[in-house]
Design a protein around this ligand. Structure first.
Ligand SMILES: C[S@@+](CC[C@H](N)C(=O)[O-])C[C@H]1O[C@@H](n2cnc3c(N)ncnc32)[C@H](O)[C@@H]1O
Length: 224
């Protein structure tokens, strides 16, 4: 029951997610304690539910952020290079930047320019040094083709539901590397964890049913 994890403060929310075993990894817990969702969501930041951030977009629910960080954690070590597609509020991008440390880099790609500007402002409130030192960077671009300018990546997070497993994204993963991506298929939307091993062999597993906004073009997003 994810909603039971809601709290009155960032710390209470994260402790509740840990108590419910949604957060298990100490590195994930440390990152989510260090990054205050109150700097990234104007509405009910400590409720365990998605909230609007305008432009037909949402900041995802805390339990989904925790699930993504838990899955990607083995690839978010010191110095890792990471791509966050559909970075929206910037919250998860900054959590991942906390985990990769000062020698790592997390690139957030978001196709709504106003949200890119907002994510920079949110980050400046929470972790201004991350922007200054280049540990985090946000770009306005169509994430359906990844971000080849900075590839390859140790891991890729996709924050919106794709219609298919875009081959460009798999190509931009390092070997080894991992991608966490919601994909719409016959069974509805599901999270796929895509692993590329050190020999470049790719395997996929569907881990849970979800409901994300679509990974789409700007016009379609505004017409939804
Ligand atoms: C559910 S929101 C998640 C945002 C972010 N992970 C967060 O929690 O704040 C999905 C985001 O994907 C963005 N998006 C949708 N299609 C996109 C595309 N083709 N390229 C880049 N971003 C896209 C949306 O604008 C939206 O901000």
């Amino acid at each position: 029951m994810a909603w039971r994890c809601s709290g009155n403060s960032n710390e209470e929310l994260i402790q509740n997610l840990a108590r419910a075993h949604i957060i298990k990894d100490p590195a994930v817990k440390a990152a989510m304690l260090a990054v205050d969702r109150g700097h990234f969501s104007r509405y009910k930041p400590y409720e365990d539910a998605p909230q609007t951030i305008g432009h037909q977009s949402t900041i995802s629910a805390p339990h989904m952020h925790a699930a993504a960080l838990e899955s990607l954690s083995p690839y978010l070590g010191e110095g890792a290079k990471v791509l966050d597609i559909g970075s929206g509020s910037g919250y998860l991008t900054v959590c991942m930047a906390h985990m990769v440390g000062p020698t790592g880099r997390v690139v957030g790609v978001e196709h709504i320019p106003e949200l890119v500007e907002q994510s920079k402002k949110n980050t400046a409130k929470d972790q201004p040094s991350f922007l200054e030192e280049g540990r985090v960077a946000f770009f306005a671009a169509d994430g359906r083709v990844g971000f080849p300018q900075e590839a390859p990546y140790d891991c890729i997070h996709v924050g919106a539901a794709a219609e298919s497993m875009h081959k460009e994204l798999v190509e931009q993963l390092k070997a080894p590397g991992r991608m966490f991506i919601p994909v719409s298929d016959r069974a509805g939307q599901g999270i796929y964890v895509v692993d590329k091993d050190k020999n470049g062999r790719v395997t996929k597993s569907r881990t849970m049913d979800v409901w994300y906004v679509p990974l789409t073009d700007v016009q379609t997003q505004y017409e939804r």
